[in-house]
Design a binder for this molecule. Structure first.
Ligand code: GRF
Length: 212
């Protein structure tokens, strides 16, 4: 399958997917990496892996609609089967989201449906939660609200601060994002019109991960 990855920053999740393709875990290829910011490290990662890079700055557009339309045009030129949001920090229009319905993933640093939006680590700490984690989900019009594909929970330690949580959660992200992409590329993870995510096959999530 052909994948387009959208980034705004360091692209460590992009790297995890590049590595999982190189190792044969994911049966797919990244057709292009699109960033809304110039000069970010994720673009260097793409360059190093020989993946075409696209930069479309949101600042060059008057509104979200025209920015998203430009992205769509450029993404569709690559005919992707899957769009992967990997630290892409722009809110997408309903038109964009509907266009890629059932074939766009996002990763979010919380155990959704808890803590949609920003500052998730701080919020989990302040709430006194025992667990925190990250989630890969299908993207729908509701921000961070689409059907969940896989979650990795971690225990919050008494010594944790937002930074330490972020570091551990990042490591979990690098496990579950490639896994979700692997399943999608193998036609195992689908979002039927019913809106309920389906995972087919006998190869279930590794211990410690939840398929939801
Ligand atoms: C991750 O923490 C992800 O959960 C959030 O943005 C961050 C991206 O990190 N959506 P990276 O650019 O993949 O390193």
């Amino acid at each position: 399958k052909s994948i387009v990855v959208l980034i705004s920053g360091s692209g460590s999740n992009l790297q995890a997917i590049i590595d999982a393709i190189a190792s044969g875990q994911i049966n797919g290829r990244i057709a292009a990496v699109l960033s809304n910011k110039e000069g970010v490290f994720g673009l260097e990662r793409a360059q190093k892996a020989g993946i075409p890079q696209i930069v479309i700055s949101h600042k060059d557009f008057d509104d979200r609609e025209s920015f998203d339309a430009a992205m769509m045009q450029s993404i569709d030129a690559h005919n992707p089967d899957l769009i992967v949001l990997a630290g892409f920090m722009r809110i997408l229009t309903p038109e964009f989201v509907r266009h890629y319905q059932g074939r766009m993933f996002n990763i979010h640093p919380s155990l959704l449906p808890k803590y949609k939006g920003l500052h998730t680590h701080q919020r989990a700490l302040e709430a006194g939660d025992k667990q925190h984690g990250c989630t890969v989900h299908f993207v729908t019009e509701e921000l961070d609200g689409g059907p969940l594909a896989i979650q990795a929970p971690i225990d919050i330690l008494a010594t944790d601060c937002a930074d330490s949580l972020q570091q551990r959660i990042h490591r979990s992200e690098h496990q579950i994002y490639p896994l979700a992409v692997e399943w999608f590329c193998a036609d195992r993870l689908t979002l039927p019109v019913s809106g309920t995510v389906q995972l087919d096959g006998d190869n279930l999530p590794p211990e410690g991960y939840q398929f939801t």
